[in-house]
Each structure stands twice: as C-alpha cells, then as structure tokens.
Design a protein around this ligand. Structure first.
Ligand SMILES: [Fe+2]
Ligand SMILES: [Fe+2]
Length: 322
C-alpha cells in the first residue's frame, strides 16, 4: 500500500492548469473493433494533438480510468508509452475495465504515475480507487479483481482500506483545497447506491476542503452534484456518448483551471475531424440507448444470453462496453 506524505508548499498566487483524459480503452495491439471504426490509439492521438497547447501549459494531466479495455498488460505498455511522452506529469487511476495486477505491473513510468495523491500548489489532488464492487478480499488484508469486475464495478464504491487511506490523507493535508478524482461519477441518476449514507458520501461530507469531483466512465460531457460538490464527467478519448441527444460522439477531453481561492473552471472539448464525423453519423447501438435511458441495467444486460441479446437488440453482442 502506497503511503502519501503531504509536503510543505508555499501558497501560489497563480491558477493551476490541468487536462483530464479518460476511458482510453487501449488494447494490446492496434486495430478497430466493435462499433467504433477507429482504434483507441487514433482517438487518443486526436485528443493529444488537439490538446497539445493546453497540455503544454498545464501543471499535470489526469487519466481517470478504463485505461485498458480488457486489462491486458500489453495495453498498459502501449498506453504508458504514449502518455510517457507528454511534456507534463500524468497521474492515472483505475476504472472498472482495468485489471489492477496488470496496471500495477506496467506503471509507473518516469512520467506516468499511480499515486494516492499529489500536492499541486494550494491544492491536493486525491486519486481514489472507486472499484470496490469489482474487488474481493484476498485473505491477506488486500483485494483482488473479481472475474466480473467490469460489470460489478459499474457504480462507485470504496473498500475499507481505500477509505482509511483517503481519510488519513485528507486529515493530514495542509492544502486549502482538495480535488477528488475517481472513475465512476457519483451522480444521482447513474449511481443511486452511492447516494445517502455510502462510504463515499460520508467521506466527501466529512471533509469540507473537497471542492470538486472529477470522473469518467460515462464517456460524455455530464455534470451534476454530489454532497453539495460539483461533479464533472470527462468524455472518452476513444468514443463519446452525447447523453443529451442519445447519440454517439467523437473523442474528447476536459480542461480545468483550479484557482488559488478554491474555484474551479472547466470546459469540455470534443475533437473535430473525421473520427468525430464518422461517430456522429453512426447509429447508437440499441443496448447503449437502453442502458442510458434506464430501460435495462448493466446487470440485466449481462444476464442475457447471446441469443437473447440479439433477439432484443437486433444486433450481436459487441466486445466493448462503456
Ligand atoms: Fe468505466
Ligand atoms: Fe469506459
């Protein structure tokens, strides 16, 4: 278990620039698969080209999970190579598609970090592993991935170990403001179990220094509130979902300005170009439309046999799920 020690940092007067990427869904070899006609590498390349100026001016980049689609070690190697070449440090956390053993075996790299937290000026960036529902006790006080992690961890959750670690960091930080990063956003409409008296809700409630929450997982531009703090969801670098119009969208990212007084400004950018044009022209797969509209849960979706899936949606079960 990694420990974090809060350093003494003089309060800066300048605002902090940050770029968030999410849901890279890399595979261990290049190739377009599923309903996206481009490969994850191309989506990330388009995002990084479009965001080059913002990244160069930023203090750090945050990558909020689903770094790999199937959790293959080769996927992390390939993705790590791309992120390692960026001119500013990249901080990663795990999503429901990631496999923790492979992720931890392949990262960190010199410029790509897996840390519980990092202090940036007057702000603390706290990186949570919110995949508790996809983990099971290992018998030695740690947790291993469940075989069905990708489905089981569709909603955010914290293991007791992760909660204790986060509370210790939050209690000890000398930063005035905290930004919490995790994979599954605790929005009421997509994460009903996280509302009310969950570990995550209590954690956020107990630390007034937490100013905002940044997440991924939904592959689109969404925002809302959790325990009175703004929640910002980042598009995917692979394929996007336009949640307003229930349509597919292109790759995108978020930029942030974190002000010394605790204010946060953020903007979403969908990268214009051929990939986005193609995605917007493609029909939204039926199962995704039903998932987004709440007509089926991911649990119910998973329980369908391949035949039942095809009967219901008129299309074969795809390899990819968001
Ligand atoms: Fe996800
Ligand atoms: Fe994803």
């Amino acid at each position: 278990m990694k420990q974090y020690t809060d350093p003494a940092v003089p309060d800066p007067l300048a605002a902090i620039g940050l770029v968030q990427v999410s849901d890279l869904h890399f595979r261990d070899s290049p190739g377009a698969r599923g309903f996206a006609r481009h490969e994850p590498d191309d989506g990330l390349a388009a995002v990084l080209a479009d965001a080059a100026g913002a990244v160069a001016a930023a203090t750090l980049v945050v990558a909020t999970g689903d770094l790999a689609d199937l959790g293959e070690p080769g996927a992390y190697e390939r993705m790590g190579e791309v992120l390692d070449a960026l001119p500013v440090p990249v901080y990663c956390l795990a999503g429901n598609h990631d496999r923790q053993d492979a992720l931890q075996a392949c990262l960190p790299r010199p410029n790509v970090h897996l840390e519980p937290a990092v202090r940036v000026g007057n702000w603390l960036m706290l990186f949570l592993d919110s995949n508790a529902h996809g983990l099971e006790p290992d018998g030695d006080g740690t947790y291993r991935d469940r075989d069905d992690r990708v489905h089981a961890a569709a909603q955010p959750g914290l293991t007791p170990i992760e909660e204790r670690r986060a509370r210790a960091i939050l209690a000890g930080t000398r930063a005035d403001h905290v930004f919490v990063w995790l994979h599954q956003p605790p929005l009421p409409q997509t994460a009903p179990d996280a509302q009310g008296d969950s570990e995550l809700a209590r954690l956020i409630r107990d630390f007034p220094k937490i100013r905002a929450i940044g997440a991924g997982h939904l592959h689109g531009d969404l925002s809302g509130e959790f325990e009175g703090r703004p929640v910002y969801v980042c598009p995917s670098t692979f394929f996007g979902i336009d949640h307003t119009n229930q349509a597919l969208d292109g790759p995108g990212y978020r930029t942030y300005t974190l002000h010394p007084d605790g204010r946060v400004d953020t903007e979403v950018r969908i990268v214009p170009g051929e990939i986005t044009d193609t995605m917007r022209a493609a029909p939204l797969p039926g199962y995704l439309a039903d998932l987004m509209a709440g007509r089926i849960t991911s649990e119910e979706l998973r329980s369908l046999s391949d035949t039942e899936f095809e009967d219901r949606f008129g299309e074969p079960r795809p390899m990819r799920r968001p």
